[in-house]
Design a protein around this ligand. Structure first.
Ligand SMILES: Nc1ncnc2c1ncn2[C@@H]1O[C@H](COP(=O)(O)OP(=O)(O)OP(=O)(O)O)[C@@H](O)[C@H]1O
Ligand SMILES: [Mg+2]
Length: 298
């Protein structure tokens, strides 16, 4: 690995087995004969991240963003390929992850710190800062299972961002919590990036937030890496694809309406509407094909 490469994601594929139900899933652990469908969530994805880089991941729902981040965090493993991570990772994945619900907030701070390899003294010195940042009052000494989802997010964020990570992974975590807390979080992320040379991997559907933090963008389509480079270019591809998909949806709806009208009336007007809608649909489909091609040349 090159000197300052902190994450080496090398030809990684992740395949999920989808069983018909939980019983079949359990049986599947013991026997290869239980039928299942396969889902390729990540397809032969390769990228490297250097220390201090800020990378945003874009893609529609189900594109594979969270799956990639979970593998970097180590909570999930690749089916094929290798992942090399050289640094302390702190991850804000889906909100429920990482805490023991039976322990109090304060105990969870210690648990998380220990999991990240900090010594008890180091955690002690960070404890006040974390509690102050979370700002959840006396709930800090209550079990986490009694927290509201916003409170859990607050504690999660406070712990992860203040624990001095080398790699900070934020997956949609900033879309919860109230506005004031969100902006406090964003400020803090900015601080750690600037002052501590933290490497940031960031997933959000808000392109403006991503641009605020990240210089590099990775765009995924259906588990495949379509683009890796300049953030503006990645956003443009992602947004164009979104627009094209929207056009296709609208044209399909228009076509269905026109077809129904034609079936009912048989009128020339309805036939023309049908033709028009079909043209729009073809155009949207061509656009999507074109966009997919552009990406795959990268
Ligand atoms: N544990 C799992 N078992 C089976 N399939 C899974 C599992 N986790 C993810 N998948 C599937 O893998 C694909 C990628 O999911 P992933 O959560 O990585 O998408 P994403 O890009 O994070 O989407 P979103 O924007 O909705 O968060 C999806 O089709 C999803 O249904
Ligand atoms: Mg996700």
């Amino acid at each position: 690995m090159k000197k300052d490469i902190i994450i080496d994601f090398n030809h990684v594929t992740k395949r999920f087995k989808l069983y018909k139900n939980d019983k079949k899933r359990l049986l599947g652990v013991f026997s290869k004969k239980v039928p299942y469908k396969e889902k390729l969530a990540v397809r032969d994805v390769t990228f490297q991240v250097a220390r201090g880089e800020t990378v945003a991941f874009f893609g529609r729902n189900g594109a594979g963003k969270s799956t990639i981040l979970k593998m970097i965090t180590g909570v999930s493993y690749p089916t094929k390929g290798t992942i090399d991570v050289r640094g302390r990772v702190s991850a804000l994945l889906e909100l429920t992850s990482g805490f023991d619900p039976e322990l109090t907030g304060r105990e969870n701070i210690f648990l998380k710190g220990q999991l990240c390899g900090l010594l008890d003294d180091e955690i002690k010195s960070l404890e006040d800062e974390i509690i102050e940042f979370a700002d959840i009052g006396e709930y800090i000494d209550q079990p986490v299972r009694t927290y509201s989802s916003g409170m859990r997010a607050r504690l999660g964020f406070a712990v992860n961002v203040n624990i001095r990570p080398e790699i900070l992974i934020v997956d949609e975590a900033l879309s919860v919590g109230d506005k004031e807390f969100r902006s406090k979080c964003l400020d803090r992320v900015n601080e750690v990036i600037e002052n501590d040379n933290v490497t940031l991997l960031f997933v959000t559907h808000s392109t403006s937030t991503a641009k605020q933090f990240c210089k590099r963008g990775i765009y995924l389509v259906n588990g495949q890496l379509k683009y890796d480079g300049d953030i503006d270019q990645a956003i443009a591809l992602y947004e164009d694809a979104g627009k094209a998909a929207k056009r296709r949806r609208r044209a399909k709806k228009e076509l269905a309406l026109a077809e129904a009208e034609f079936a009912r009336t048989g009128s020339e007007e309805a036939r023309l509407k049908m033709e028009e809608a079909q043209k729009k649909l073809d155009k949207a489909r061509a656009m999507i094909r074109e966009l997919n091609k552009v990406g795959s040349e990268q």
